[in-house]
Design a protein around this ligand. Structure first.
Ligand code: NAP
Length: 328
């Protein structure tokens, strides 16, 4: 099969289209013909090997898994021994940790759900990782309820595009922070108010005006826990999803750990989490989409051989919503 691979950590200069042996599903696994694969920050992390701490799991000197990509939408091509509940020809979506920027991918059935007929393969591939992260940030960790005031930092990116829509659907009033060039896009997602970010830009509550957000969801990083707590209600919840500030070793993980250490000592809830990619979670997300909670906001699609250009588009901060690699 053709696949997008790299054998060393680094930039997209090391990413190539190569011939790889066709994967074979083992017992309890499913072989998919990949039709589309989502691009998210995790692809960039696995390509660069940053945060370097992550290499303990992904390979110390070089990546253990050469094929990039994790989100997938495709068609079941073969079932490994013992797999039930799926059939050859089923259209599915989910994740495949062994790589999805490829013509074929192997994964476990508990990472897959049926693709809603209303979505193209490209739309379905945009949803799993970013959508699940948003679902869990808004509903499980943030516990957003109708009437609450929610602040979203990093609203224009992959995760942010789902967070804004899900928080609005939950009945919250949403203020969204993004760069000025993406303000129209974020307004289109349903944000009640769009605020700029940048070195000189204060958030409501930082400049002395009362702000008191019930929930702050930080996907963009950059601000310290101390600054974020200033805009949060006395019993509000801070959800740290991610952020790319903090250097190549930790890439911001220190903020998450700092929040967890401080939380028991203060009245505000300060939380971080690692998104679950289980099929049961995907089913919750698809059910919300079917009741009109969100649509996948796909900015652009690249053919498989141009996957490196999609990763560069994301890494350079140009993405509005989701990017997708189309296969076949
Ligand atoms: N906890 C988890 O399980 C989990 C799961 C998935 C992703 N993540 C993390 O979440 C983060 C976002 O992922 P993504 O796929 O959504 O990435 P993305 O598509 O690149 O979006 C990131 C967004 O951050 C914004 N941003 C950059 N600098 C900012 C700043 N200083 N202040 C506010 N916003 C800023 C950018 O928007 P503008 O251009 O508008 O500034 C961009 O839209 C990454 O760090 C990723 O590793 C965590």
């Amino acid at each position: 099969m053709k696949a997008i691979v790299r054998t060393e950590y680094g930039s997209t200069d090391r990413v190539v289209l190569a011939d790889r042996p066709d994967p074979v599903p083992g017992p309890g696994e499913v072989l998919l013909v990949v039709r589309a694969a989502g691009v998210d920050r995790g692809v960039w992390h696995l390509m660069t090997g940053e945060p370097r701490l992550m290499r303990l799991a992904t390979g110390l000197r070089r990546p253990r898994r050469p094929v990039l990509g994790r989100d997938v939408a495709g068609v079941v091509a073969a079932l490994g021994e013992g797999v039930t509940g799926l059939a050859v020809g089923d259209e599915v979506m989910g994740t495949a940790p062994g790589g999805t920027f490829a013509e074929l991918a192997v994964t476990s059935p508990d990472r897959l759900v049926a693709k809603p007929a209303a979505w193209t393969f490209e739309e379905a591939a945009a949803v799993p990782i970013s959508g699940l992260t948003a679902l869990q940030a808004v509903h499980d960790v943030g516990r957003v309820r109708a009437g609450q005031r929610v602040l979203v930092l990093g609203a224009s990116g992959g995760v942010g595009s789902f967070v804004v829509q899900l928080a609005r659907h939950a009945g919250a009033r949403v203020d969204a922070v993004c760069s000025a060039t993406k303000a129209e896009f974020v307004r289109g997602l349903g944000a009640d108010r769009v605020l700029p970010h940048g070195p000189g830009a204060d958030l409501p509550g930082e400049d002395g005006t009362p702000a008191a957000y019930d929930v702050v969801i930080d996907i963009g990083g950059g601000r310290s826990i101390r600054r974020l707590r200033r805009v949060l209600a006395p019993r509000g919840t801070l959800v740290i999803v991610g952020g790319e500030t903090g250097g190549p070793w930790l890439s911001g993980i220190q903020r998450q750990l700092g929040a967890a250490a401080l939380s028991p000592l203060v009245r505000q809830r300060l939380r971080f989490f690692v998104a679950s990619e289980k099929a049961t979670e995907l089913a919750r997300l698809v059910a919300l989409a079917e009741e009109g909670a969100f649509v996948p906001a796909v900015e652009r699609t690249w053919p498989l051989p141009d996957a490196a250009a999609a990763i560069d588009h994301l890494a350079e901060g140009r993405a509005r919503g989701k990017l997708v690699v189309s296969v076949g």
